[in-house]
Write a protein that binds this ligand. Structure first.
Ligand code: AMP
Ligand code: MG
Length: 409
């Protein structure tokens, strides 16, 4: 049995960003930028008006006021999308709309609200500072500048920004292909009536959802009875062309737990089996090289809480690492003040499902109802995991504890 930190370290050592691919911008959400993005243009592209109003020479309206407005002749009207190179001369104005390019000679734009237009002329009721309401070419960034760093996650604003730059193809890290192998004679799919002894398979649903949340889609799911030959056959199907296979159930020490045996018989090299954590002690991790591809095999216990908690704690950081998001971004810990007492036996690090509230001065956390590893309800209300250290047996209200937010993305 190894420690949690060692297990996570061993997993991360086996993972690295996958190859770089080019994807259409519209299909990039959630991917990670693999190469710095360089601006091909200045931004803004050209000097333009920030307001609906009148482009002027600031010096012409220096003394304008409500009581003695300055009268200027409107020389032209420029809409967004138009373009004019006609230089503005003294004592004249150009009518501009937001986004319209400012022609040469204009050094300020007066908002429409401070102007009165009449028969081709405009009365300006107040002065304008030089550069007022003009958005200047290159003021945000200039051609040749790095504007998005490698490693940036593509969120909706990043999609917008890339479009803004004129990019319709983006270099990103490939996402891992992940399949599931679900074991258990007792399992049936939800939606059907249960026969005596049967339970609904929740793990393949929960894990598929967790993978989908990370943008990993589709997730092929294979099912096997607790039978060695079938486990072997389905494992081979699950392994085909995948980067990662997650098996569910059958990884503990029971007479009908065949996963480890079968995986090893298929040539997978075991990195570790069993971690000093709760839930999730039986977790297995192995690797194999096939067709030049490094394949990772995770064996998770079947208890639904164990499966999801260990996925979150061990597999999610590995998958994110493969997607180009390093662990120091994906693993976040903070401290909170414990509200409820906690007890356990020494020997294993326990991930207690918690609800953290940060509306007071310092964040505080309480444990959820239903802490057994078959009780999924607790995890549905939890927003964090409380780390109950290995050798500690009691934690009291008021104690500072380390918590880890539950992020499924
Ligand atoms: P195992 O790890 O196979 O020994 O299973 C541990 C417990 O989790 C048993 O009570 C199983 O019935 C239950 N279990 C296993 N697989 C699933 C599953 N896919 N969905 C829900 N419960 C499961
Ligand atoms: Mg089982």
């Amino acid at each position: 049995m190894i420690q949690f930190d060692e297990a996570l370290q061993a997993i991360l050592e086996q993972t690295q960003p996958l190859n770089v691919i080019q994807r259409p911008l519209k299909e990039c959400l959630g991917y990670t930028i693999a190469e710095p993005v360089i601006a091909m243009y200045d931004h803004p592209f050209f000097n333009n008006s920030a307001m609906d109003g009148y482009g002027v020479k600031s010096e012409d309206i220096e003394n304008a006021s409500k009581d003695s407005p300055v009268l200027l002749t409107i020389k032209e009207t420029i809409q967004a999308g138009d373009y004019s190179e006609t230089e503005l001369t003294s004592n004249s104005a150009v009518k501009l709309f937001t986004g319209a390019p400012t022609p040469p000679g204009v050094n300020a734009v007066v908002m429409k609200e401070f102007c009165t237009e009449k028969e081709g002329r405009v009365l300006i009721h107040r002065p304008a500072k030089i550069n007022e309401n003009i958005r200047f070419q290159g003021e945000e960034f200039q051609k040749g500048q790095t504007v998005i760093a490698q490693g940036t996650t593509i969120t909706p604003p990043v999609v917008g920004f890339l479009a803004n730059l004129g990019s319709d193809q983006v270099k990103v890290y490939r996402k891992p292909k992940v399949s599931l192998l679900v074991t258990g004679n007792e399992l049936i799919a939800p939606g059907r009536p249960l026969q005596p002894g049967q339970i609904y398979d929740s793990n393949s649903y929960a894990l598929t959802a967790a993978l989908n949340e990370m943008g990993i889609n589709p997730v092929p799911v294979f099912y096997t009875k607790d039978d060695q030959a079938e486990t072997r056959q389905k494992l081979n199907l699950a392994l085909a062309d995948q980067d990662v296979v997650i098996t569910l159930g059958g990884i503990s020490v029971g007479d009908y737990d065949f996963v480890k045996e079968v995986v090893e018989a298929e040539g997978v090299e075991t990195v570790f089996w069993r971690i000093a954590i709760k839930p999730g002690k039986p977790v297995y991790f192995g690797r194999q090289q096939q067709g030049g591809k490094n394949q990772l095999i995770f064996g998770l216990p079947g208890n639904p809480v164990s499966a999801l908690v260990t996925f979150h704690q061990l597999i999610r950081p590995a998958l994110l690492n493969m997607m180009g998001i390093p662990p120091h971004f994906s693993i976040q810990k903070t401290t909170a003040q414990l509200e409820t007492p906690l007890k356990k036996r020494a020997g294993r690090l326990e991930f207690v499902r918690g609800i953290c509230t940060a509306d007071q001065k310092a964040p505080s956390v309480r444990s959820t109802q239903g802490q057994s590893s078959h009780m999924l309800s607790g995890l549905t209300t939890a927003n964090c995991l409380i780390h109950f250290p290995e050798e500690q047996t009691t934690l009291n209200p008021g104690d500072p504890v380390m918590i880890e937010p539950l992020h499924w993305r």
